[in-house]
Design a protein around this ligand. Sequence first.
Ligand SMILES: [Zn+2]
Length: 196
Amino acid sequence: MITEQARVQLKTAYGVFHLSAFSNDANDPMPHLVISSENYQSLLSPNVRIHSECITGELFKSERCECGQQLDYALDYIAKHGGILIYLRQEGRGIGIINKIKAYVEQDLGYDTAEANKRLGFGYDDRKYDDALTILEHLKVKRLNLLTNNPDKMNAFSKGKITIEKRIPVEIPPNQTNEAYLKTKKDFFGHLLNSI
Ligand SMILES: [Zn+2]
């Protein structure tokens, strides 16, 4: 059972948050991380971002995707309006960083982001959101505003007891490198993107 293993106050460039780590095992080196504003419990519908790890986009500011800018937007939004960011350790849409690098090689041969994962023997999108729902239940969230463009994340809530009050778009303008990637996200994965 996933549970909160540790919690601390964290002052950041965005504002003051609490940082906590959730895992099955207290010594798990890659726990899910939760950043929450200090006031989220007083909000009727806290603003929630479920964000899957993307080390290339977030840490190295790769232009192949828009994950780093989405993380930045979500942290800023949550600092200003209150809420929770759940950082799920499912790099590369669930295939891990080694396979993501291999998928980028496939993409450089002309395959799109969905085809590339399939060519490596994976699903188009292997991410799961059950752990995020468990964490939100642990945090006693009953209703929320979800920061997402991804209908799969909204559908993940159809099973549980948590209600989505409204969707808050996290749309980042495309650059020359990621335009085709964003077009696949919209056309193949059905993401709700207006600027593509
Ligand atoms: Zn990314």
